[in-house]
Design a binder for this molecule. Structure first.
Ligand SMILES: CC(C)(COP(=O)(O)OP(=O)(O)OC[C@H]1O[C@@H](n2cnc3c(N)ncnc32)[C@H](O)[C@@H]1OP(=O)(O)O)[C@@H](O)C(=O)NCCC(=O)NCCS
Length: 167
């Protein structure tokens, strides 16, 4: 599965994103959907600021299939990743938008393509992700995509399995 595109989230994408966040297969693992205004403040307004989370609509063959974001772990604030001292660590979070496309290898292909793009930057040392420990599908997907489990951690959102992917 090749041909993924990752387009930086724009204000006009936010109603689509909010609709995706309300879908049960996403809400089950992602938490309550934010309003369009909150999504704008979190994911669009700060795009020009160094170290800001960068959020993307992922497309395959021209069709939007999911959401993926990357962040710089060090200095995240809010109690997140306080022990990370390497400025090269990026973190990612993602979901597939369409429930009928789960469990077909699309997630691992999307994550692999995005991670390759991140690691193409020599300033990036490793990529982390942090599924809930009971999200067996996500953990299996990320393992296929090249991540390995590091340890269980407690994040401001609750327990998570920290996973790393290196070059
Ligand atoms: C997580 C997600 C991105 C993974 O993408 P995906 O395309 O569904 O995953 P893949 O098909 O690449 O891999 C999933 C694997 O887990 C397996 N799996 C599915 N449910 C499982 C379960 N309950 N227990 C164990 N394995 C499971 C699948 O069979 C597949 O493995 P296989 O190919 O060996 O059969 C996608 O499922 C998703 O968006 N889920 C909803 C939101 C979410 O959980 N986001 C992640 C938050 S960290």
């Amino acid at each position: 599965m090749t041909g993924f595109r990752f387009d930086l989230l724009r204000a006009q994408d936010l109603p689509l994103l909010r609709g995706w966040l309300l879908r049960p297969h996403v809400a089950q693992w992602w938490g309550p959907a934010e309003s369009v205004e909150e999504l704008h403040a979190d994911l669009v307004a700060d795009q020009g600021t160094p170290g800001a989370t960068l959020a993307y609509i992922a497309s395959l063959g021209g069709a939007p299939i999911g959401f993926i974001q990357s962040y710089t772990a060090m200095g995240s604030g809010g109690g997140w990743w306080e022990d990370v001292t390497d400025p090269g660590v990026r973190g990612i979070d993602q979901f597939l938008a369409h429930a009928d496309q789960l469990n077909q290898g699309m997630g691992r292909a999307m994550v692999r393509a995005f991670v390759q793009q991140l690691l193409a930057d020599p300033a990036v040392t490793l990529v982390q992700t942090d599924p809930r420990p009971d999200n067996a599908r996500a953990i299996r997907c990320y393992t296929y995509a090249g991540f390995h489990p590091v340890r269980e951690v407690v994040t401001p959102d609750g327990p998570a399995l920290l996973m790393h992917c290196t070059r």
